[in-house]
Design a protein around this ligand. Structure first.
Ligand code: GTP
Length: 600
């Protein structure tokens, strides 16, 4: 297949607009998978993906298709739909020349449609809008087309209408791809230049690399070099995804496929790397900016004895997902564990679920925090990954020039009647409104700058409930700004409990302090003396609760008579003690920590 008979394309869409369903239909239509009706979302390989109905890791598939008397090779590169995985989206797009922008004709364009459109537009790809779900009685294709025109300034007059569910109009999708998306460039007579855009570990064959061949050809036995590490490899196998790996004799210019080359560890496969042939060096293709962690959370084994086994599982899982950052951490309350950085809270949930399902792990995950920054007068900058890193009150006075927090630039799309509620939501979450536009006569697109810390907790749930499910939301990182940060401390009878401290904006301390004190009161058992719970910031008490002392002795109800029962009770108490952590005179059971520190 010469490049002019190849098309490399992806489908981008807001979550649930039908991307996976359309991919399945196209694979059936071209005979890659059979029409048994059992092919639900073939590209969504991970169990988590199938369960949650979201695409996490990009996969791809090659199809053969005849059009206008010519045979074409069409490579569909899958992209994840959710905002947390926009990093995966941009690397999938680097392997394509164009993309189908799929819009649900009943819902119209949503926040992720906008975010994904700009990702593709920024990569210089041809964007072909198509309207899905026209079978729904609530579908309003004319209105959705109007939104596409006004939001993206692209002509939507001839936009394709289809139903990926019933199959209506699906036969016109691939002809449109061939006509509207340009073929890949590159030349067969130039030295090999291949972009590594995805990688995974296979139990049987080891590291598998997905590559887009930009120039030349690659075949079994070739000696190739990584531009990144200058390591040499011998290609053991090349092939296409059909949709399972299927060996071929070579991958030629314009093609997308997989190679295996005896890489020992997935850490050798740098996504964004360029491969060239040994002794024929070429200029490396522009790589990708590495993914940055947006949220951090502590992860601890429920059973401390499981640490070593879990450590291995965490290593394996992070090898397959290089966007997770890993640091070991020891907590006074929860023991040995890890501080992991994620792209967002959904990414965090998916990671936890994979750890539990694929590695049979039982873990505690602490509430998510964001990476704050401290700027010192001497020019140093420090990232605050845990509250223990936060400077002392004295250091804050003498050495710190500014405290900074990360921000996102958010896009929200909703019907006009929720304008008031959405503006209020942004303001409550310390957002700064940057403006709004109407994408049709009654739908608003609102732009707003928000502290990342405000969106990692319940922001999304509140957005949905305040808009009765009609608002959609997407965001991208937008750098750091100076912010009045403080460390909230928790004191039990005057003794600080470091494990419960948290860094936050001064404005949120009062509410968070009250909430923490009340939650602790609810889980601390009475002891033989009063326990004063206090939360404080900058030496000032924010909230105070008291757990009244226990009057009765545990053994009192035994009346001194039944010795064995008394022993049993005392032993039980001793066992309970093992799991107690002592703070000054106050003992806290492990469960109390879990209750207030972890997410459900
Ligand atoms: P992500 O992979 O999470 O981004 O979602 P997706 O965009 O792939 O959506 P998916 O294909 O999973 O479809 C979401 C839901 O919409 C499923 O319940 C589909 O059955 C349904 N659906 C997809 N296409 C159509 C359509 O043309 N008409 C109707 N009525 N329903 C559809």
């Amino acid at each position: 297949y010469p490049p002019e008979r190849i098309r490399n394309f992806s489908i981008i869409a807001h979550i649930d607009h039908g991307k996976s369903t359309l991919a399945d239909r196209l694979l059936e239509l071209t005979g890659v998978i059979s029409k048994t009706g059992k092919n639900k979302q073939v590209l969504d390989k991970l169990k988590v993906e199938r369960e949650r109905g979201i695409t996490v890791k990009a996969q791809s598939a090659s199809m053969f298709y005849e059009h206008g008397g010519h045979k074409y090779l069409l490579n569909l590169i899958d992209t994840p739909g959710h905002v947390d995985f926009s990093y995966e989206v941009s690397r999938s797009l680097a392997a394509c020349q164009g993309t189908i922008l799929l819009v649900d004709a009943a819902q119209g364009i949503q926040a992720q449609t906008v975010a994904n459109f700009y990702l593709a537009f920024g990569e210089g790809l041809a964007v072909v809008p198509m309207l899905n779900k026209v079978d729904l009685p609530t579908a309003e294709p004319a209105r959705a087309a109007e939104q596409i025109e006004s939001a993206f300034e692209i002509d939507a007059s001839g936009v394709l209408h289809m139903s990926a569910k019933t199959g209506l109009g699906v036969d016109r999708v691939l002809p449109a791809v061939i006509e509207k998306i340009p073929p890949p460039g590159g030349r067969i007579d130039r030295p090999l230049r291949a972009l590594l855009f995805d990688t995974w570990y296979d139990k049987y064959v080891g590291v598998v690399c997905l590559v887009a061949v930009k120039d030349g050809a690659i075949r079994k036995g070739c000696r190739i070099v990584s531009s990144h590490s200058k390591t040499r490899y011998e290609v053991a196998e090349v092939g296409i995804m059909h949709p399972e790996p299927t060996p071929t004799t070579s991958l030629q210019v314009g093609q997308v496929g997989y190679i295996t080359c005896n890489m020992k560890s997935i850490s050798e496969a740098h996504v964004g790397d360029t491969f060239y042939r040994d002794k024929e060096p070429v200029e490396a293709l522009p790589g990708f900016v590495p993914a940055k962690s947006m949220v951090f959370a502590g992860v601890f084994p429920v059973d401390a004895d499981e640490f070593d086994r879990l450590d291995e599982s965490v290593q394996k899982l992070t090898l397959n997902d290089s966007s997770v950052s890993v640091h070991k951490e020891t907590s006074a309350a929860l023991g040995q564990g890890w501080r992991l950085g994620f792209l967002g809270t959904l990414h965090m949930d998916v990671f936890r679920q994979r750890l539990e399902e694929e590695y049979d792990a039982n873990v505690l995950v602490t509430a998510p925090t964001v990476p704050y920054q401290i700027k010192y007068r001497d020019g140093r900058t420090q990232f605050i990954r845990t509250p223990a890193d936060f400077p002392s009150a004295a250091a804050m006075q003498d050495a710190v020039e500014a405290t900074l927090e990360p921000f996102v630039s958010a896009t929200m799309i909703f019907p006009e009647q929720y304008m008031g509620a959405m503006l209020e939501l942004c303001t409550v979450h310390r957002g700064e409104i940057q403006g709004h536009t109407f994408i049709d006569e009654s739908r608003v697109m609102l732009k707003c700058r928000l502290p990342t810390a405000e969106i990692v907790t319940d922001f999304f749930d509140r957005l949905k409930s305040k808009s009765q499910g009609f608002a959609s939301f997407d965001y991208e990182e937008a750098g750091y700004d100076a912010s009045d940060l403080v460390k909230m401390e928790v004191l039990l009878n005057g003794e600080p409990v470091d494990a419960l401290a948290a860094v936050m904006h001064r404005r949120t301390v009062a509410a968070a302090g009250r909430d923490m004190a009340q939650r602790l009161k609810g889980v601390i058992r009475r002891q033989l003396f009063d326990i004063i719970i206090q939360t404080a910031a900058n030496g000032k008490i924010v909230a105070r609760e008291t757990v009244k002392q226990l009057r009765k002795n545990v053994t009192a109800k035994c009346y001194g008579g039944d010795v064995s029962r008394k022993m049993k009770l005392l032993n039980k108490q001793k066992e309970g003690k093992k799991r107690m952590k002592k703070f000054g005179k106050v003992e806290l059971p492990q469960e109390a920590f879990l209750d207030v520190m972890t997410t459900s």
